[in-house]
Design a protein. Structure first.
Length: 535
């Protein structure tokens, strides 16, 4: 019969179209589950989001060599790549559950619903496995899986042509129109829930951003020495002496950048050999002696010639002063603790040698970076900065707890993953210009870059061409032993393809090794080499 001048919409669809409807049902069910979970995570905390929880659990369990590959391949976009991968796998899994509802030889629909619940269990387990896990963190994943299972069953019962003839109880209506109405309803509900979650989360973020905007950094009681013009060489293509905040590398495990309200922030210093535990607010830090220092930071995952290194002007409080105020003594003075464990608001733990952070170097609890409060991506409101140590043992962002303990009693996050507990930065150098595979004209070509040996200093940089003799480069003035040092060498380039190579010698007289090794377990080694075409 006809309805509204068209063919009856309840007529079964061709069998070839049913898989498409079923896969769509699975995808829409997953979207509904995720939207519900994200909305619930607003009431719990951002870290309880299923995508975040699963992603961070994956990061926790990824072997160091794979992490090194991911950072080398994706750089600072490694987290986005991981999140996209998780969403893609979830979409494939959801489409597969939708197709399972078509199965007749097995109870497809119950199995598909169980599959949705199983994914929720995975999310809950991932949330519970985090170092800072709370019982409520499992809630969003479990709720989302229940919603997904229900939506999947509702849509599966309306897939056109899937109801056995005469089985009126199996589905009240299975025409395309019935399916599309249900699908549109699920889509609208998911979009609304997702939008509400983003709005509520945005309000929390806005509160933290307003607190950061209201911060007025005090003038330093101990300003950094002025940087002379001679510390910055005028060579096109050479990285500037100071790395702008928006170009400063970011390597951490936080899939969702914590937005901490400075007004509510507190830091606790406690643990072994701490007779006078301290609890400090952000305002307490601002009232203490403020020092300003130029310090270059380096990530242990930085490859030879890589860009996971940057120099900034930091503002903060001396860490050693706070530790001594709490009664802490380094091991050389009879103190019982040799490890300072820093904990972030996201549960990250980093372990620094107590002796190192109290040996007189400018180890800071930083509140400012290049003249402004720390950006959220770099640890606002407070982070650690320790010259001479790789970030994985010192540069804790979003800091909230400092515990004195022993290396023999506790392994921090990266150490459990196979990295060395000792993290002194290795002497390294890099060619910035000309870049790899660059083409230049014959004649005088400036070869320039940076070299670093934080808290030791660089004394010499040498360059050679095609494995020939080493030529000493001109060094920029040294502004601080804690920062990188620029260099330049004037190359008389001749036609052909050439390989340029650089090495540095630090203040102890040690020249960086040519032996090549990966970042695991304590930093990459080797000479940076670039191929240049002269024509």
């Amino acid at each position: 019969m006809e309805s509204n001048g068209g063919v009856d919409d309840a007529r079964p669809s061709p069998p070839s179209r049913r898989p498409a409807f079923a896969a769509l049902a699975g995808l829409l069910a997953a979207a509904a589950g995720l939207a519900s979970a994200e909305l619930a995570a607003v009431a719990v905390r951002p870290e309880s989001s299923p995508v975040t929880a699963v992603g961070e659990a994956v990061i926790d369990r990824t072997p160091p060599a794979v992490k090194e590959w991911a950072i080398a391949t994706f750089g600072t976009a490694d987290k986005l790549a991981l999140q996209c991968g998780i969403v893609l796998l979830l979409a494939l899994y959801a489409a597969g559950l939708g197709l399972l509802t078509l199965a007749r030889r097995v109870p497809g629909r119950p199995l598909a619903a169980a599959g949705a619940l199983a994914f929720g269990a995975v999310g809950a387990a991932a949330a519970w496995s985090r170092p800072d896990a709370q019982p409520s963190d499992a809630g969003p994943s479990l709720l989302g899986s229940v919603i997904a299972a229900v939506v999947l069953l509702v849509l599966a019962r309306r897939i056109p042509g899937t109801t056995p003839p005469g089985d009126a109880d199996d589905a009240p209506a299975t025409g395309r129109r019935a399916f599309l109405v249900a699908a549109a309803t699920a889509t609208a509900a998911s979009a609304g829930g997702g939008a509400l979650a983003r709005t509520l989360r945005g309000a929390e973020t806005a509160q933290a951003e307003a607190a950061r905007t209201a911060v007025r950094l005090p003038a330093p009681d101990s300003p950094a020495p002025p940087v002379s013009r001679g510390a910055q060489l005028s060579v096109r293509g050479l990285d500037p002496y100071f790395t702008p905040n928006d170009r400063f590398y970011r390597i951490d495990t936080a899939l969702s950048v914590p937005h901490v309200d400075a007004e509510a922030w507190q830091l606790t210093i406690h643990g072994r050999g701490v007779p006078q535990p301290l609890t400090l607010s952000y305002r307490d830090l601002l009232r203490r002696e403020i020092v300003e220092r130029d310090i270059t930071l380096t990530c242990v995952s930085n490859t030879v010639g890589g860009n996971l290194v940057g120099n900034a002007r930091w503002l903060g409080v001396r860490l050693a002063d706070l530790l001594r105020e709490a009664g802490v003594r380094p091991p050389s003075e009879g103190g019982p603790a040799d490890q300072l464990v820093a904990r972030s608001v996201d549960g990250m733990t980093l372990g620094s040698p107590v002796e190192t952070v109290m040996d007189g170097r400018d180890a800071l609890l930083a509140i400012g970076m290049n003249g402004e409060p720390l950006p959220f991506e770099h640890g606002f409101p407070v982070r650690m900065v320790v010259p001479g140590l790789y970030g994985y043992v010192s540069a804790c962002k979003w800091l909230q707890d400092l515990e004195l303990t022993r290396f023999s009693d506790f392994d921090a996050y990266w150490i459990r993953g196979g990295w060395s507990p000792d993290g002194p930065i290795k002497t390294q150098s890099r060619i910035d210009t000309p870049g790899h595979s660059a083409t230049v004209q014959p004649g005088t070509v400036p070869v320039a870059g940076v070299a670093w040996a934080q808290h030791t200093g660089i004394d010499r940089v040498e360059v050679r061409v095609d494995d020939g003799p080493w030529h000493e480069a001109e060094l920029a003035e040294e502004a601080s032993v804690d920062t990188w040092r620029q260099w330049v060498w004037q190359w008389e380039a001749t036609a052909g393809t050439h390989v340029l190579e650089v090495r540095a010698t630090d203040r102890t007289g040690e020249t960086q090794t040519a032996e090549e090794s990966g970042a695991v377990p304590d930093g990459a080694t080797g000479h940076h080499r670039v191929t240049v075409h002269v024509s």
